[in-house]
Write a protein that binds this ligand. Structure first.
Ligand code: ATR
Length: 278
């Protein structure tokens, strides 16, 4: 029997977060009693706010924009995924020792492979963006054995740097790695395109050629929301076979965090259905 515990999601802004709703559904489903709240953290105060929370008995925290890098730095122990991503979205308090995990990549991969039934192995993958969101998902995608991974970014150099970081891990795999700027791609045959930029909500056209998708391509926006984004508009024009937002990833990464804290992986299907029906 797991004891009741206090958990939070820390971010700024935080009002929009669906995490408390998701975790309360997990708690009901598993019969594990957790209290999970939103915690708005002033910019610059992450260390202070999270220290106070853990000192007052907090058992775990999810960390969201813009504090994932600070969460990585704050932790005492880090998984290899966190070391690689240099970003953490989950903190676990084990008797005062804070361990950091990053469940974003697992969440994305489980949603694509498990929920959407779209295997990544042997596929040509394009990731757009080269910030923290990309760092979190790059290695988990590589581990699925794609045929190729290309990272493109507005600032080209950051894409080159990121691809460099996985060259060692990729050396035993037969995967083609490439990087470049957004406008470097004029044609292609990508099977999976993941939007990991923070540009989705801008009204500008998504800065990517509409001539780069294979006939069964999945376009995956890591952002979620009711509204169309510049990425989803691009995907319709580019004739993606299927276009999805990141709600599934959100629920799957939450489930993995819940499992790390409470030792039980909850069922995500019913939670996703509830959120989609709202
Ligand atoms: P996160 O941690 O959420 O990934 P980040 O590290 O600030 O946030 O990275 C944001 C990503 O979105 C970057 O790849 C950024 O491109 P730059 O590296 O050139 O800044 C990308 N991005 C943000 N706004 C964009 C826009 N309007 N068009 C294209 N890319 C954009």
């Amino acid at each position: 029997m797991v004891e009741p515990g206090q958990y939070v999601v820390i971010g700024n802004p935080i009002e929009h977060s669906k995490s408390p709703q998701i975790h309360s559904m997990f708690a009901r489903q598993t019969g594990i009693s957790i209290e999970y709240k939103k915690l708005l953290c002033p910019i610059g105060d992450f260390s202070k706010v999270v220290s106070e929370f853990f000192a007052s008995g907090g058992r775990g925290a999810n960390v969201t924009v813009p504090f994932k890098l600070e969460a990585y730095k704050f932790s005492t122990l880090r998984s290899s995924r966190v070391e690689h991503a240099q970003a953490a979205n989950t903190l676990i308090n084990n008797n005062g020792v804070i361990t950091a995990e990053n469940t974003d990549g697992i969440g994305l991969v489980r949603d694509i492979i498990g929920n959407l039934k779209y295997p990544i192995s042997n596929k040509s993958v394009l990731i757009v963006g080269a910030g923290g969101a990309t760092r979190g998902v790059l290695l988990p995608i590589l581990n699925e054995g794609p045929k190729a991974i290309t990272v493109v970014n507005r600032t080209k150099e950051k894409a080159h740097q990121l691809i460099k970081t996985i060259e060692t891990e990729a050396s035993d795999l037969s995967v083609d790695l490439a990087s470049g700027g957004l406008l470097d791609l004029n044609d292609g045959q990508f099977d999976l395109v993941v939007n990991a930029t923070s540009s989705s909500l801008s009204d500008e056209a998504f800065p990517l050629s509409t001539n780069i998708l294979s006939s069964k391509a999945l376009a995956y926006d890591m952002m979620y929301g009711k509204e169309e984004t510049s990425f989803t508009r691009w995907a319709y024009t580019a004739k993606a076979y299927k276009t999805v937002d990141g709600l599934g990833m959100l629920v799957e990464q939450a489930a993995e965090s819940f499992a790390l804290w409470c030792g039980e992986l909850p069922d995500t299907r019913t939670v996703m259905e509830t959120l989609r029906s709202e």
